[in-house]
Design a binder for this molecule. Structure first.
Ligand code: CP
Length: 345
């Protein structure tokens, strides 16, 4: 857990890139959440668009498939009035062998201000930030097994909507179940949640727990019951069939038998008010029973997706230079009612 030292007063956002979850401080996370709450209010209006990032260019570069992250970053940019562009990797000169660095330099030459990147190589965003410095803002939308910061943040944001009060997730038992080894979502959640004081537990087949898992800020289990016992929230992870080498699991039936999260297990072991989450996409009836995934009393999966837009708006807003604490910022005057809602219907 991060030390609770006092924030600089007033807190000013200085980060140019959002690349990894472990380095986000409690105060940076709180600033992102506060900014996202403002954007959630705007997203509840009939007209969701604000002029805040007018003139900024945001490019989505997805070298791996995505539905939620790519779409919500694109919508976030559009709602902030940025010019957003989806770079089509499969139809680009990447297919002629152009390097990522040369591709980035090409996009920068055309005036790109921020790049949202998903890539199969762990650490690629850090490498790009080192090469390009502060000439462009880099937002990690998932790099290999390493990290997916916006997912960890939207998951925290969703949890806090169901754990109101001063303490939030602090001291709450959060169980993360499944393929921890291949999951950048697990790593992001472990870091973000532990920074905010949550009691994070992970469980999965021993073959799907990464080497060095004991060095992460979480408790490791090998039996589902031990992780779920008295849990306040259970997060199921997708079994990433596309990343698995053969032989990591004896069979899918065996996984279901020992690790599937279902209603019977939830009722038997967890706290009565427990909620379930899943970052998506889901393998229905494998890591999570379908009836539980669709149960509005228990499942926060749809809310996770919805919150992704507000969190990604907050990240774009913060890295592209707007200052959330600046009372002269027209967006925040508008939200606080000190300025007419120029863009409301
Ligand atoms: N959770 C997540 O990253 O989903 P997508 O792969 O659909 O973006």
């Amino acid at each position: 857990m991060a030390a609770a030292t006092a924030p600089p007063v007033p807190f000013t956002w200085t980060r140019h890139h959002v690349i990894d979850s472990a380095s986000l401080s409690r105060y940076e996370i709180e600033e992102i959440l506060k900014t996202a709450r403002t954007f959630s209010e705007i997203l509840a209006r009939p007209v969701k668009k604000v002029p805040t990032l007018r003139g900024k260019v945001v490019v989505n570069m997805f070298y791996e498939n995505s539905t939620r992250t790519r779409t919500s970053f694109e919508l976030a940019g559009k709602y902030l009035s940025a010019d957003t562009l989806n770079f089509g990797v499969s139809t680009s000169s990447v297919k002629k062998g152009e390097s990522l660095q040369d591709t980035m330099e090409t996009l920068l030459a055309m005036g790109t201000d921020a790049v949202v990147i998903r890539h199969g190589s762990s650490g690629i965003c850090q490498q790009l930030a080192h090469l390009l410095g502060n000439r462009v803002c880099i937002l990690n939308a998932g790099d290999g097994y390493h990290d997916h910061p916006s997912q960890g943040l939207l998951d925290l944001y969703t949890m806090l909507q169901h754990m109101p009060g001063e303490t939030g997730v602090a001291g709450k038992k959060i169980a993360i179940v499944g393929d921890i080894a291949h999951s950048r979502v697990a790593r992001s959640n472990i870091h973000v949640l532990s920074t905010m004081g949550a009691d994070v537990h992970v469980v999965g087949p021993a073959t799907l727990l990464p080497a060095g898992v004991e060095q992460l800020p979480c408790t490791v289990h090998y039996r589902l019951e031990d992780a779920l016992r008295d849990a306040d929230l259970v997060m199921c992870l997708r079994i990433q069939l596309e990343r698995q080498k053969t032989g990591l699991m004896p069979s899918m039936d065996e996984y279901i038998r020992f690790f599937q999260v279902n209603r019977e297990r939830l009722n038997a072991w967890c706290r009565p008010e427990v909620h379930i989450m899943h970052p998506g996409p889901m393998n229905r009836n494998i890591e999570l029973s379908s009836d539980l995934a669709d149960d509005p009393q228990r499942s926060l999966i749809v809310q996770q997706v919805a919150n992704g837009v507000a969190i990604r708006m907050a990240l774009l807003y913060l890295v592209l230079g707007a200052q959330a604490n600046d009372s002269s910022d027209p967006l925040f005057q508008e939200v606080k009612g000190e300025r007419p809602h120029a863009h409301s219907a």
